[in-house]
Design a protein around this ligand. Sequence first.
Ligand code: SAH
Length: 213
Amino acid sequence: MSDLAERKMRFLYALRSKGVTDPRVLSAMERIDRGHFVKGLFAERAYEDTPLPIACGQTISQPSVVGLMTQALDAGPRDKVLEIGTGSGYQAAILSQIARRVYTVERHRRLVREAQEVFEALDLANITALSADGSRGLPEQAPFDRILVTAAAEDPPGPLLAQLREGGIMVLPVGQSDAVQSLIKVTRTADGYDYEELRPVRFVPLVEGLGQD
Ligand code: SAH
């Protein structure tokens, strides 16, 4: 077996051993090569189960956390999904294999541009990446069946709760940016919202307004 094939096999094994068992998620993560989303010095570590630095001082999440969040989101082929925090574009690419349509919003224009180049190269035509302040959601495309936030807010942002359709699910990290945060799953019901705490996580903070670059 080639080196690369062996590293990919270990990558999938690590996901399973950390609780990523949903076949739709595993097959999406098998198809989308994380190596396309990690550049420069860190590229050779793309198949390790670890977060890595990307441009603009941000990070691409740990693969097992991407897997567990995608699994908790429980999206299907008819769903329109909103992701807040495009970063490298890796999470959006995984979602594009599972959902009908993915909108992803990022406050750094440079990250949006670089992610768009990878989406084009991989022919992922059902993703739309936009530079905007994601804490306001994307009102022009609301409501969403699923919302995934990959930066931590102190509380679930009101506009995102409002843009979730009834029966919809939102997965997001909440808590102070310099402490351990909780990953929570919010389900919108006929008369409100149900909250479930999933696991401790650590994400960069959700910052209001557009970035400098
Ligand atoms: N999902 C990404 C990882 C994201 S890291 C991936 O797969 O690579 C979190 C990202 O959220 C960072 O790129 C950061 O710039 C972005 N972010 C933080 N606050 C934001 C906001 N208000 N609106 C949009 N993006 C935001």
